[in-house]
Write a protein that binds this ligand. Structure first.
Ligand code: AMP
Length: 486
């Protein structure tokens, strides 16, 4: 069944059940259907039937869901943008997406009133459904196009694997809608008549409020980055006594440390913990595995899972040839969940989206190996990192730092702790000899950078040098810079 029909069905079955709860606001399935139909009818009047993207900008408001569904019902993919991004970055994304319309919550509230029939512009499986922008190494964000077929492939797999109780689950939504992890909770919830419970920035910034909100959520399925769960575990009261409804933890987006999984199993003895792996380019996740005591006892470094049925994981060498099982190489994802490519980036697409055996395939740039059919992730082959679950190209931060008048050159490296990125450190050569104290310069650079990139990309530490150490090839020696941090 079409994803939109699966969602619409709940407006008939449980019209008054909340589809979304956010900051005390509630959107029922009946509201979601009526408002998204009305918005779609309006969009069909003002936009050509050309599949051009519609941007939806906000921070977890119920209107965002109305905006997403309204856009696709009108035959347009949506571009979810969280307001935590600086205005310059938002403008760049809108330009790159060539968005035909920008919708904010107030616009959506206004345009979704009344009753109207949705237009007959049903998306086909090959049509784009959403476009999510991720960090690009040159400083330009990349728009990953996900089709209806990609999304359906992902949702069908999640349903088969997790068999949610229809009409009864509450999904915790931690990730902003601009991060594809949120697609897991949003679509698992909406297609099965669940309730999506959004945590907002203020909840997360204020630990006391956070635990109250979590307890009040009655969440049954927890979807977050491992970093977020780790932060929650710092609070002793984070356990099954306070959150008795949680029966499943689903993780994706970064390494799940064995210790985090073990603590969760201790504190929530009746719950299951799952690790899933995949990039935005292959629709949220491609592999999954339940982490139980046996898996914990067997693997000090946890596996990221078995491929979903119908998709395949290949490990390839530098010449792009598959390597034998057990050998390390680049992780390549093949199957119906692989995106058709980045928006308007034929150059990049030709490099990383080359079909394998007639099937869509994506070279992830991740390093790993397969053992008994299980995938193990071992880091990156390039300069992409994950900080608190956020995907960051170090080149993205460097390009924006170098564009600042005060900066002659900059190299950004990750500072690691227990195998995880703890912070970004910027090594900067200033354009002019400094006139003020280092902390003042840092403050200025931070402020200027924050106008250009999301706050999670602004390095936590700055170091000033006259020259960079150089590798034999004449490049800035990142390894030597990282060693100075030890
Ligand atoms: P994103 O597109 O933001 O989801 O980031 C995708 C990248 O996150 C992958 O290419 C991996 O480098 C990393 N990643 C995703 N899931 C996992 C996982 N379970 N364990 C370790 N790294 C992961």
């Amino acid at each position: 069944m079409h994803v939109l029909d699966r969602i619409a069905r709940w407006a008939a079955v449980t019209p008054d059940r909340p589809a979304h709860l956010s900051q005390g606001r509630r959107l029922t399935y009946a509201d979601l259907r009526r408002q998204s139909d009305a918005l779609a009818a309006h969009l069909a009047c003002v936009l050509p039937d050309d599949r051009s993207p519609v941007a939806v900008i906000g921070h977890k408001e119920p209107e965002m869901l109305v905006g997403f569904l309204g856009a696709v019902k009108a035959g347009h993919p949506y571009v979810p943008i969280d307001t935590s991004l600086p205005e310059q970055r938002i403008q760049r994304i809108l330009a790159l997406a060539n968005a035909s319309l920008v919708l904010r919550p107030a616009d959506i509230a206004h345009l979704s009133q009344g009753d109207a029939q949705p237009p007959d512009r049903m998306l086909a499986p090959g049509d784009p459904y959403y476009v999510i922008f991720t960090s690009g190494s040159t400083g330009e964000p990349k728009g990953v196009v996900i089709t209806l077929g990609n999304l359906t492939s992902f949702v069908d797999w999640m349903m088969a694997e997790h068999a949610p109780v229809e009409g009864q689950e509450v999904y915790l939504n931690q990730a902003p809608f601009s991060f594809d992890l949120s697609v897991m909770d949003l679509y698992m919830s909406l297609t099965t008549g669940g309730t999506l419970f959004s945590l907002v920035r203020d909840d997360i910034a204020n630990p006391r409020q956070l635990y109250q909100t979590l307890a009040a959520s009655q969440a049954t399925v927890w979807v977050s980055t491992p970093s977020f769960a780790q932060m929650c575990l710092a609070e002793r009261r984070f356990d099954a006594a306070r959150l008795p409804t949680v029966r499943r933890f689903l993780f994706c987006g970064e390494t799940l440390a064995a210790e985090v999984a073990a603590q969760l199993l201790d504190r929530f003895p009746a719950a299951q913990v799952w690790n899933t792996y995949g990039p935005t380019e292959a629709t949220v996740a491609t592999t999954s595995v339940q982490i139980d005591r046996a898996v914990l006892a067997r693997f000090p470094d946890l596996p990221v899972g078995y491929p979903k049925p119908g998709s395949q994981i290949l490990i390839t060498d530098e010449t792009r040839q598959p390597v034998p099982p057990g050998e390390r190489g680049e992780i390549v994802i093949v199957g119906p969940n692989v995106s058709p490519g980045y928006l308007n980036r034929p150059d990049l697409n030709a490099r990383v989206f080359q079909p394998v055996g007639g099937q869509p395939a994506y070279r992830t740039g991740d390093r790993g190996y397969l053992q008994d059919g299980l995938l193990f992730f071992e880091g990156r082959l390039d300069h992409q990192v994950k900080l608190h679950g956020y995907r960051i190209e170090l080149g993205d931060v460097e390009t924006h730092l170098r564009s600042l008048a005060m900066v002659r050159d900059a190299v950004v490296v990750p500072q690691m702790k227990h195998g995880k990125v703890e912070a970004l450190v910027a090594f900067v050569i200033l354009a002019e000899p400094p006139t003020g104290a280092a902390f003042e310069i840092t403050q200025q650079l931070r402020g200027q950078l924050a106008e250009r990139v999301p706050s999670y990309m602004v390095p936590g530490k700055f170091r000033y040098l006259d020259v960079f150490p150089i590798t034999p090839n004449g490049k800035a020696d990142r390894r030597a810079l990282i060693e100075t941090l030890a």
